[in-house]
Design a protein around this ligand. Structure first.
Ligand SMILES: CC(C)(COP(=O)(O)OP(=O)(O)OC[C@H]1O[C@@H](n2cnc3c(N)ncnc32)[C@H](O)[C@@H]1OP(=O)(O)O)[C@@H](O)C(=O)NCCC(=O)NCCS
Length: 177
């Protein structure tokens, strides 16, 4: 694992990131989602991370802007997605390092919370909790159980509200995900 470095993406990584996403998801939709997000207002420089091993991109994780809407508030939070590791490099802790690095970066940039749609069993180990348990709705057409949140600012998700993903994600999920 020592030979794996986690760092923000650079322009030279984009082809490698595509390859990782296409290989991990066995389709091109997630690679297209990443490209669309990168060219959108939701993109935040420094929060699209790569795992590099021997000058090759072997993992990728993106976090982008999302919202938490309440009666009188509209709070900017982060959405973690997508995340991928080359199948040849999976089960070695690279995904976990990407998640923990992303969480540190999110804290450093001052965001109050993170939302993810994914395998509950995977993300709970990092401290993510079911959004539903906090009275949170989500604007994506996904199973409630798959929506998890992590608070960086104490109590940010208390009091419920609706998590608003950027429109690009709605289009992505409406086409069959
Ligand atoms: C999910 C993924 C990013 C994990 O990356 P990784 O580097 O293998 O992760 P780690 O080594 O840190 O952790 C591995 C653990 O993740 C969990 N895990 C991996 N894939 C999982 C899955 N499909 N469902 C639930 N848990 C899973 C297992 O507990 C696994 O433990 P094990 O190695 O003891 O079997 C990688 O398998 C991947 O790219 N999968 C395809 C794309 C994908 O589904 N992305 C996630 C979308 S939420």
């Amino acid at each position: 694992m020592r030979e794996v470095t986690i760092r923000p993406e650079s322009a030279e990584d984009l082809h490698g990131i595509d390859i990782v996403n296409i290989s991990a998801f066995e389709e091109e939709d997630e690679a297209r989602l990443v490209t669309a997000l990168r060219h959108s207002a939701a993109y935040i420089p420094g929060l699209s991370l790569v795992a590099e091993s021997h000058d090759r991109v072997v993992g990728h994780l993106m976090m982008c802007r999302a919202g938490l809407e309440r009666k009188k508030e509209n709070i900017e939070i982060l959405a973690l997605a997508p995340m991928s590791v080359l199948p040849s490099h999976s089960h070695r802790g690279i995904g976990s390092r990407l998640v923990t690095s992303a969480m540190e970066q999110a804290r450093e940039q001052g965001f109050p919370g993170i939302v993810v749609v994914g395998y509950p069993g995977y993300y709970r180990r990092f401290g993510f909790e079911p959004a539903r348990g906090k009275g949170l709705e989500c604007n994506l057409p996904v199973e409630n159980e798959a929506v998890l949140v992590f608070e960086l600012e104490k109590g940010v998700f208390d009091g419920g509200g609706e998590i608003i993903y950027p429109a690009i994600f709605r289009q992505f999920y409406q086409t069959g995900h």
